[in-house]
Design a protein. Structure first.
Length: 302
């Protein structure tokens, strides 16, 4: 149940359409989450991981918790005007706020389901404790992006991000496992990614390479990690340029930012020529404050 007014799935063989009791539970869960400000919510049966056979077996819900029957995925918007300032302290604070809010929402929903007699628990929105941990093993124990796709929230774009109709990739996710066999939402059939190449062209580390034979591009996770480490050192993580420049999402219409691709593609060159370029002043102004300036090597000067 991704958006308001969306019809519930009719179900699948073997009772996945759901009894009246389980349909009522789904409605209660949706109301519970909507009342607390959740932007996106979807329901995925654990069988979808096996059917798709994309996620390695050890990272699938039933391998992690055998009683799991349904994965509930929640999403919160990352407002576009703040994402456009990346890398900045303002963007970092938004990222941290969304993460904290998601964990609280997932914790509250877990306890709500447990009180109703449906054993549940959640995986936090991030699955690592440090950059060093990512350098040693650049993977989380559970991935929210495929979970969100299986829950009908969107499709996966060239950048490996989840793309949603509402916010493009400007959304943060968290997942709740439950033993309740809740009626699923249908997966999105049409690919949202239009292969415009903006994410690949604007990536500071050129970590994304388009593929002619598929939507999802080649992804250099070590190059992306290198960028993350640099920004963590400056206290203005994460990068998020690929989420900033993606043209998908109704949020662009809301903010009047539907025709800015030329501006995005020209940003690096324009600011290299003139750091005070007036076209980018709203973004560069935010980036100047709250971040320690990097010192030039061997000079001690900024």
């Amino acid at each position: 149940m991704k958006g308001k007014g969306k019809k519930e799935a009719t179900g699948r063989p073997g009772g996945r359409g759901g009894s009246g009791k389980m349909r009522e539970l789904k409605s209660r869960v949706v109301r519970f989450c909507r009342d607390r400000g959740v932007d996106l919510i979807g329901f995925a049966p654990v069988e979808r991981w096996d059917e798709a056979d994309e996620v390695p077996p050890d990272f699938r819900p039933r391998a992690l918790w055998p009683p799991a029957k349904t994965v509930i995925v929640l999403g919160l918007e990352m407002p576009l005007p703040i994402v456009e300032t990346t890398p900045s302290v303002v963007h970092m604070e938004l990222y941290k706020t969304a993460n904290i809010e998601l964990d609280q929402l997932a914790y509250d929903l877990t306890r709500y389901l447990n009180r109703l007699g449906h054993a549940s628990f959640f995986f936090p929105r991030d699955g690592y404790g440090s950059m060093r941990a990512l350098r040693e093993n650049n993977r989380a124990s559970f991935a929210h992006v495929p979970a969100a796709r299986y829950a009908g929230l969107g499709t996966i774009g060239a950048s490996h991000n989840l793309l949603t109709s509402e916010f493009g990739p400007r959304v943060r996710l968290v997942s709740i496992f439950t033993s309740a066999e809740i009626p699923p939402d249908p997966m999105m059939g049409k690919e949202l990614c239009i292969k415009c190449q903006a994410c690949a062209q604007c990536c500071p580390k050129k970590a994304i390479r388009m593929r002619p034979d598929r939507v999802v591009g080649e992804y250099d996770d070590q190059a992306c990690l290198e960028m993350a480490e640099e920004l963590v050192a400056q206290r203005c993580f994460p990068c998020g340029v690929c989420t900033k420049v993606c043209p998908i999402g109704k949020d662009r219409t809301l903010y009047g930012q539907s025709a800015v691709m030329k501006k995005y593609l020209g940003e690096a060159e324009a600011l290299a020529a003139d750091p005070e370029d007036p076209e980018y002043k709203p973004w560069t102004h935010v980036r100047k404050y709250g971040v320690a300036r990097r010192k030039k090597q061997g000079t001690g000067k900024e």
